[in-house]
Design a protein around this ligand. Structure first.
Ligand code: NAD
Length: 337
């Protein structure tokens, strides 16, 4: 069975090859009646590159591949029967159009710790200014001027989305002695988490961390109105999906000092930029360039998932999803409306 893996990097190739061996040992040969032949493409899957999928049984895609109606039509025409997302979010797939045309599976959980720990790493970097201290000491500048931070202890963190990653982040914050407020469309019943309205969370929090999925409802959940509600020193952390934040409004909020800072692992226009070395090119995205220049913004290139454990879990579940589909068994990780 041939699988085209799009937007693949060295670490994907390594984790898939290593994990295929482990999977074979774990499940034995009875469920392995088919050989999985992964072919790795650096290209993202878009309407321009979909021709590469010709002759494959399945495609394996990541966060910035664009699975639009056109792409789905081409995949169906080529006889591709499965879209295997190697991530949890599926905002980049037209799920309603895929229904009854092609199966879509995902990896619902691979390491909430990877993402939640990265969120805390970014937050600590920003509040203790270690990104600046690192650059200074490399230049033998051992001064401390401008490096005054603040304690997280006793501060209020507002967590939007209390699913697997949100709850893991809450546990980490509680370990730091932070007070936790939360907002979720579907709050956990009988939980000890203090749920509030979104409005109250925005108004009371010193730190706000986003852990909800990107949907029509959550698109720009942090817009200029939300930023105006936030405390002037509040820090926003986004390790979920870029378009949860209106980035133009965020930049304005930062320039106007209506917000204390931002930790961004995702960016709404990241698809053409993230995961590419653009260091020799003239930047074309002014909002991104301006955000990066701000002293109170820390930005990483959608890397919160990037731990050894998470990569192996992603590969393992993806291989299992593909095998399950091939053998016609029930798809527990199918994405449906
Ligand atoms: P999850 O499904 O376990 O939790 C999502 C939570 O959001 C749920 O509690 C749900 O009720 C809540 N929610 C849904 N709609 C909402 C709304 N309109 N308002 C408020 N809350 C709402 O998902 P998870 O595993 O915790 O992942 C959360 C998100 O993290 C994913 O959707 C994905 O976008 C992102 N993610 C990012 C990375 C990365 O590398 N940066 C890696 C993995 C996941």
């Amino acid at each position: 069975m041939k699988i085209a893996v799009f937007d693949s990097k060295h670490y994907d190739i390594e984790s898939f090859n290593e994990t295929l061996e482990k999977y074979t040992k774990d499940v034995g040969t009875d469920r392995l009646s088919v050989i999985l032949d992964f072919q790795f493409f650096e290209n993202r899957l878009t309407s321009k590159t979909v021709k590469l999928a010709y002759g494959f049984d399945a495609v394996c895609v990541f966060v910035n591949d664009e699975i639009t109606k056109d792409v789905i039509d081409s995949l169906v025409e080529y006889g591709v029967g499965l879209i295997a997302l190697r991530c949890a979010g599926y905002n980049n797939v037209d799920i309603s159009y895929a229904k009854n045309r092609i199966k879509v599976v995902r990896v619902p959980a691979y390491s909430p710790y990877a993402v939640a720990e990265h969120a805390m790493a970014m937050l600590l970097t920003l509040v203790r200014k270690t990104h600046k201290a690192y650059i200074r000491t490399r230049d033998h500048n051992f001064t401390l001027d401008g490096l005054v931070g603040f304690d997280l202890h006793d501060k209020t963190v507002g967590v939007i989305g209390t699913g697997k990653i949100g709850r893991t982040f809450i546990n980490i914050c509680e370990g730091f002695g932070m007070k936790v407020l939360a907002y979720d469309k579907f709050p956990i019943k009988d939980s000890e988490i203090e749920y509030t309205s979104l409005k109250e969370l925005l108004e009371r929090s010193d730190v706000i961390s986003l852990h909800c999925p990107l949907t029509e409802e959550t698109y720009h959940i942090i817009d200029s109105k939300a930023i105006r509600r936030m405390r002037n020193h509040a820090i926003i952390v986004n390790t979920s999906r870029g378009a949860l934040i209106d980035s133009a409004a965020l930049l304005e909020g930062i320039k106007d000092k209506n917000i204390g800072g931002a930790c961004l692992d995702v960016y709404e226009e990241e698809a053409d930029v993230f995961y590419e070395d653009q260091s020799g090119e003239i930047p074309t995205d002014e909002i991104l360039s301006n955000l990066i220049m701000m002293p109170n913004v820390v930005l990483t290139s959608h890397q919160a998932f990037l731990t050894k454990e998470a990569l192996n879990n992603i590969a393992y579940t993806t291989i299992d999803n593909i095998k399950t589909w091939y053998s016609g068994r029930e798809l527990t990780n199918e994405v449906t409306l």
